[in-house]
Design a protein around this ligand. Structure first.
Ligand code: AMO
Length: 430
């Protein structure tokens, strides 16, 4: 008999079916015992009246079940399975589960959940976060491919940093010292110049952040875009805006159940306000008495400014534009009107930065000068700099942190909740 999945049962007539999955819940009512079976698609009620079968059951063991599908209005989803045969196919070796899989409340800390990630992910609510994450990635890929972008895969073991010297993990690379990539920055630019023109990458990025916070990981997934022959940075913000619209439409279609479970109403994207950083700093000071660090706004400022934007523009998103040269990496393109500013931006979503992007310097001499201006040595960036000698077109791009975007969509409080197997200062296992 061919296996059917729980979410397919609704289409199946009353007949004998074969199901496989885990024992989710066991509830006795006098003569009958209801057993709930869970597979990757959902949970279904089994009616078992064989005492021997019941006495051997244990939560979370995996089983194969043959039974009659019966439509019953009183059962969840109006379906139940009257079991004829049940075979245990995956034994358990535990006295107590680390936390509950079948109750609304987990009764464990986030740390315990992460220690037993392979068990917490058995909870349908925890899995839902990763279904949404999977669909974010799917729509990112689909949106960009439809626009003619090429998907690339660049090295994660690299010779020099891209985002400034700190926050890098070093690697012993035979006789040399290498680093884990903080971002595919240099390579995505290089591939634009190599003739791809427009590229994207979905890959891990590494940051040796020296603090454990609710929004930092040491390894995260970066959704990177780079586009050649642009007019200016507005084209990049238009592209990201277009992606967000596409994403939320896609999630509405593909993740209805998951969004409902978290009570999420997705935002409608109209034009996202674009506000120069210095204006945002002024508003923070005047309206909230909040002082910002030079050339930036801090985490508290991001939250306050998002609140202001929500009230004034009814938008969950805001682009902060024109960051000063001193606060951006050496590749950021200076602004035409004020050379101390750059054509770069951040995107803030419900109080958290989820993106940095901007136009890059594409002229060899200007880039070399800027590297020196930043106190760096051009020879340390040899292969990157050399690639600008051969007609590099005007270009730019951006990167979205996948876990941050997922976290904000699902209204989670800690980035670890939207990370499959988080890496932080204290955790490299499981
Ligand atoms: P930036 O360093 O701002 O820019 O990173 C881009 C985005 O990546 C995410 N991110 C992180 N997520 C979790 N934990 C971290 N430690 C972490 N660090 C960054 C954030 C952030 O907005 N090369 C540029 C991008 C570009 O200009 O194309 C860059 O890496 O969501």
């Amino acid at each position: 008999m061919k296996r059917v999945f729980v979410d397919e049962l609704i289409e199946v007539e009353e007949q004998l079916v074969l199901l496989k999955g885990w024992i989710h819940k066991i509830k006795s009512f006098g003569k009958f015992t209801f057993v709930f079976l869970r597979d990757k698609t959902g949970v279904v009620q089994l009616v078992v009246d064989d005492e021997d079968m019941i006495s051997n059951l244990k939560l979370e063991m995996s089983v194969e079940v043959e039974g009659m599908l019966v439509k019953n209005e009183k059962a969840p989803n109006s379906i139940e399975i009257h079991v004829r045969k049940m075979k245990m196919i995956g034994k358990t070796y535990y006295d107590l589960l680390p936390f509950s899989i079948n109750q609304k409340k987990v009764n464990a800390s986030l740390e315990t959940e992460l220690d037993y990630r392979y068990m917490s992910l058995r909870r349908p609510d925890r899995r839902a976060v990763f279904k949404v994450q999977e669909e974010i990635v799917e729509s990112f890929r689909r949106y960009l491919k439809e626009k003619g972008f090429s998907e690339i895969h660049t090295p994660k073991i690299i010779a020099s940093g891209t985002e400034g010297g700190s926050e890098m993990f070093t690697v012993n690379y035979f006789e040399k010292r290498a680093f884990l990539a903080q971002s595919p920055q240099f390579y995505k630019q290089m591939m634009v110049g190599a003739g791809f023109e427009s590229v994207f990458e979905i890959g891990h990025a590494y940051r040796a952040e020296l603090h454990n916070t609710w929004r930092h990981l040491n390894e995260y997934v970066s959704l990177d875009v780079e586009l050649g022959f642009i007019e200016d940075e507005n084209e990049l913000m238009d592209l990201e805006e277009g992606f967000l619209k596409f994403l939320f439409d896609h999630l509405k279609e593909t993740c209805q159940k998951e969004l409902k479970g978290y009570d999420i109403e997705l935002p409608k994207i109209e034009k996202i306000p674009r506000i120069p950083l210095s204006d945002a700093q002024k508003i923070l000071l005047e309206d909230y008495n909040k002082k910002s660090p030079t050339g930036n706004i801090d985490a508290e400022g991001e939250v306050l400014f998002s609140k202001y934007i929500k009230e004034k523009y009814n938008s969950d998103f805001v682009f902060l534009t024109k960051y000063p040269v001193a606060k951006r990496p050496m590749y950021a393109m200076p602004d035409d009107e004020n050379r101390e500013m750059t054509k770069s931006f951040d995107l803030i979503y419900k109080g958290l930065e989820i993106t940095t992007g901007g136009q890059r310097i594409h002229d060899y001499e200007l880039l070399k000068e800027n590297i020196i201006r930043f106190g760096l040595k051009p020879e340390d960036f040899g292969f990157y700099l050399d690639s600008f000698k051969y007609g590099m077109p005007p270009h730019g791009g951006f990167a979205i942190g996948l876990e941050r975007l997922t976290m904000k969509i699902m209204n989670l409080e800690n980035i670890r909740e939207s990370t499959l197997l988080p890496r932080d200062m204290n955790r490299i296992m499981p």
